[in-house]
Design a protein around this ligand. Sequence first.
Ligand SMILES: Cc1cc2nc3c(=O)[nH]c(=O)nc-3n(C[C@H](O)[C@H](O)[C@H](O)COP(=O)(O)OP(=O)(O)OC[C@H]3O[C@@H](n4cnc5c(N)ncnc54)[C@H](O)[C@@H]3O)c2cc1C
Length: 488
Amino acid sequence: MAKAIIIGSGIAGLATAIRLSCKGYDVEVFEANPYVGGKLSSFNLGSYKFNFGPQLLTMPHYIDELFELCGELPGDKFIYKKKEISCKYFWDDGIKLTAYSNKKKFFNEIEEVLKISTKDLKKYLQKSKRKYELTKKIFLENSLHKLKNFFNKETIIGLLNLNYLEINKTLADINEKQIQEPHLVQLYNRFATYNGSNPYQTPGIMSMIQHLENHYGTFVAKNGMGNISESLKELCIKHSVKIHLNSKVEKIEVKDKKAQGIMVKNKFHPSDLVISNMDIYPTYRYLLKKHKQPTKILEQERSSSAVIFYWGIKKKFPELDLHNIFFSNDYKQEFENIFEKFTVGEDLTVYVNITSKDNPTDAPDGCENWYVMVNTPFNNGQDWKVISNRIRENVIKKLNKLLKVRLEDLIEEEMTITPSEIEQKTMSYLGALYGTSSNSKISAFLRHPNFSRNISNLYFCGGSVHPGGGIPLCLMSAKIVSELIPKA
Ligand SMILES: Cc1cc2nc3c(=O)[nH]c(=O)nc-3n(C[C@H](O)[C@H](O)[C@H](O)COP(=O)(O)OP(=O)(O)OC[C@H]3O[C@@H](n4cnc5c(N)ncnc54)[C@H](O)[C@@H]3O)c2cc1C
């Protein structure tokens, strides 16, 4: 039986393992951590349960697909429900806006709260949908690095509509022109952060990101985001995939320009295929040290990172939901700080996620589990202890004012994660949340392909390679890799 070894058990590694096992391969996964999932994992702090990284679940049908591929009912293990409220938005000027997943309800809310017509917004959303439809086959669902994928009807139509995609304008510019109302402009600029980019640099094509949320909706996983990885791990084991935890891969063995297997704890594990799910940068720098390095790709600008406070709060806040955003007053300055000055200012946008709203057992009675996140630059050697202390102070000041409380008296459990800790825990280069940024208009072409051009039988999946970061795209990378690999 042909063998495939996967390095890393992030969401893309687990999905690739399942797909290759369904293709008849004998699959083994080697994971450095004592748990699976990488960024997509959960942990407990006292009586509170927290998701480590991702909180927003979109396009869960890509996860269902993995269960279906194995002839299983997804709903038995991976349970999720659609959210009626996608997000609650708060501004310092007192405006509060609830983004309902029901479009009519959301438009009514905008008209009532912001006192504007939604005619222009509807046009904008229609355009975003078209952008997604024009580009999904080229940029998301297939390898961008195989010539044959350019010779089909969808790609030709996409290329003929380049102007419509607005790649020569920034997301912020098109939002300002097409939406105009400042609160809504900021709200739609925010979608650049879904792949760790800067709305004032990323091209206008990125307005398609919000289409995924607006059209497909947002979801909440019943047993937490970490359960996605755990349920995929179970699916792997059921389908004879062997998972080795605490097994850091030290080298990819290559002979005659062909991957031969891997080295773990000085032991050689031979394999017909090697698929790396770890960040592309350390894959080359540490596991393929002596081989030709794709330097231009490896040196691409990284996405933003984050400082996260996990707080056990001994109070309930009925005015909040699962996802809540408290916007800064100067969004442009905030991104200039992150991407140009590599620092974090005083006036911050704060994301508060509370899973106990939907899964009450995630916090004790009368309490809530707050995951409080602020966007930051990637790890550039900054003093994160000093920065995170300052962020904590500013976040508390801001939330106290808007929620009329004294949060410092309500925090009974606490843990903080900074970009350098994200880097250590997930081995993501510079602690970037989403691999490389999408600030350049050609960034899609500057991500590493899902295969090696110089070493045969070597493949790559996950957030740092094509088509990019975020759970849905990582799952697409697994699909692309498995389609590039012939049946065993
Ligand atoms: C704070 C935060 C918030 C986020 N929010 C969202 C969100 O709301 N929605 C969303 O869709 N996405 C979000 N993301 C992004 C999303 O989490 C990632 O894009 C995705 O989980 C990356 O998956 P991956 O398959 O690339 O692997 P990773 O999760 O990066 O895992 C890679 C795995 O490889 C292992 N590994 C590394 N080196 C080795 C080695 N040498 N040997 C063996 N194993 C190794 C690591 O231990 C790790 O388990 C967020 C990320 C973070 C960190």
